[in-house]
Design a protein around this ligand. Structure first.
Ligand code: SF4
Length: 445
């Protein structure tokens, strides 16, 4: 069996654990933010509804800021206040509400899991972290722990990005925080620390501390309620790590939790020496040609053709302008020809590559993909009848486009198209775009 982690990286003194819990909870009671899911979890008498409310908030909060989530959360809970209501929603409705939150598969899995609870578990949420993780698709160790502790009072810890940062600083853990050795150690530590009588509040307090005080770049150590337990802070003040009596000091040699010998403590970084991560793989570069096909609808208002993406993979089930992934380093002429062929399948008639108007390039960064959309437009005259459909498609007005389940990237594409149109209608500004230029006004995320 692997050797246990050196004691200076752990919380082995029960008196210190007790003091830390007390300080953190007292701070949380004074300073916690009012958030709609907290209010619901604290006041809702029905355990299943409590669990559902926390579950929705936790899934939405993964990778997304609290400020963004609040509006989505309120609209979601208004539309589907219970698991039963969500289980009857269509994927289209879920995608529409989720649009802009990113990671669309999470909304989809939430709905699939709600259906499972209703159809296979008699509408009752599992009550422990172990069962939640085992029985609900899309519920991992963190979400299971959060639901179980906040909704059902199970004394189980949680480890998310905020908790990783706080714990690594509290115990000077400088090995790669995504390595299995560190992750296991942090879960053990979270389970030791969690307050037995207020586990949900304790877990939220630890996450709140990471989100508002122990922040990544400029932590507010002076205001921190647990600074007296923080080894990183002490090390910043006093230089060397404190000696722990009767325990072999680590930090040199082969401790699996200390910073590697090749990247020792850097005093200019202070507490932000922790946590450390292995260098991320750069995102994969992809190019996709996309075309805003436009016709005149009622009262000559513009309408756009949108088509639905496959039901699995990136942006599953969302709607987009007809798009075609491109090989890297394709010549412009060839790009146009391939896009024209692709559009022909939708329109059921030949499309001249030369008729495609180049708008610009829109960059969108997904977590693992650096996507460049090469945007074209094609105005269509007269009656347009779609050819034999490859997958669902429809014409939408601008308002309908924004209300549909379309990705943020496609909204940027439409914005670039509109910007181009405005420029063209203003003679002073009208100009031909150069290839490689980012479409103005489209922005990138
Ligand atoms: Fe984070 Fe500073 Fe508090 Fe330590 S003292 S936990 S580094 S905010």
């Amino acid at each position: 069996a692997p050797a246990p982690p050196p004691a200076r990286h752990l919380f082995s003194d029960p008196a210190e654990v007790e003091a830390l819990r007390g300080n953190l909870l007292a701070w949380y009671d004074r300073c916690k933010r009012d958030l709609p899911w907290r209010a619901l979890a604290a006041t809702e008498p029905d355990a299943d509804r409590r669990g559902y409310a926390v579950w929705v908030s936790e899934i939405m909060l993964q990778q997304t800021q609290v400020a963004t989530v609040i509006d989505y959360y309120n609209r979601w809970m208004q539309k589907w206040p219970t698991l039963q209501a969500l289980s009857q929603a269509s994927l289209e409705e879920v995608n529409e509400l989720w649009a802009g939150l990113g990671y669309y598969s999470r909304g989809k899995r939430l709905q699939e899991a709600a259906r499972k609870v209703v159809s296979e578990l008699a509408g009752q949420m599992p009550r422990t972290a172990e069962d939640l993780q085992k029985l609900l698709p899309g519920v991992g160790r963190y979400t299971a722990g959060a639901i179980a502790s906040i909704s059902y009072g199970q004394a189980t810890g949680v480890v998310d990005g905020n908790v990783v940062r706080v714990l690594c600083r509290l115990r000077c853990i400088g090995a790669d925080s995504s390595s299995p050795a560190v992750i296991d150690c942090l879960w053990d530590m979270a389970n030791v620390l969690v307050d037995r009588s207020r586990p949900g509040d304790f877990n939220q307090a630890l996450m709140e501390l990471g989100a508002t005080v122990c922040v990544p770049k400029a932590p507010l150590c002076g205001e921190c309620p647990v600074k007296q337990h923080c080894q990183a802070w002490r090390r910043k003040l006093f230089g060397n790590p404190p000696k722990v009596p009767d325990v072999e000091d680590c930090g040199f040699g082969d401790c699996p939790l200390c910073p590697p010998a090749t990247e020792p403590w850097d005093s200019s970084l202070g507490v932000t020496n922790f946590p450390r991560k292995a260098a991320k793989k750069p995102p994969r570069a992809m190019r996709t040609a996309t075309c805003v096909l436009e016709r005149r609808g009622c009262h000559r208002a513009p309408e756009y053709l949108i088509v639905q993406r496959p039901s699995s993979g990136l942006l599953a089930g969302l709607w987009e302008f007809p798009s075609l992934p491109l090989a890297q380093d394709l010549q412009e002429e060839r790009e146009r020809e391939e896009l024209a062929d692709h559009l022909q399948a939708w329109l059921g008639r030949p499309v001249a590559a030369k008729g495609l108007r180049f708008i610009g390039e829109v960059i969108h960064i997904f977590s693992h993909i650096h996507q460049t959309y090469v945007v074209y437009s094609l105005p269509l005259d007269g009656d347009v009848t779609l050819g034999p459909a490859l997958s669902p498609s429809r014409w939408v007005t601008e308002d309908e486009f924004h209300a549909s389940a379309v990705s943020t990237a496609m909204k940027k594409v439409l914005k670039a198209h509109e910007k181009q149109r405005r420029e063209e209608s203003s003679p002073a500004k009208g100009s031909k775009r150069k290839r490689g230029a980012k479409a103005q006004g489209a922005g990138s995320t």
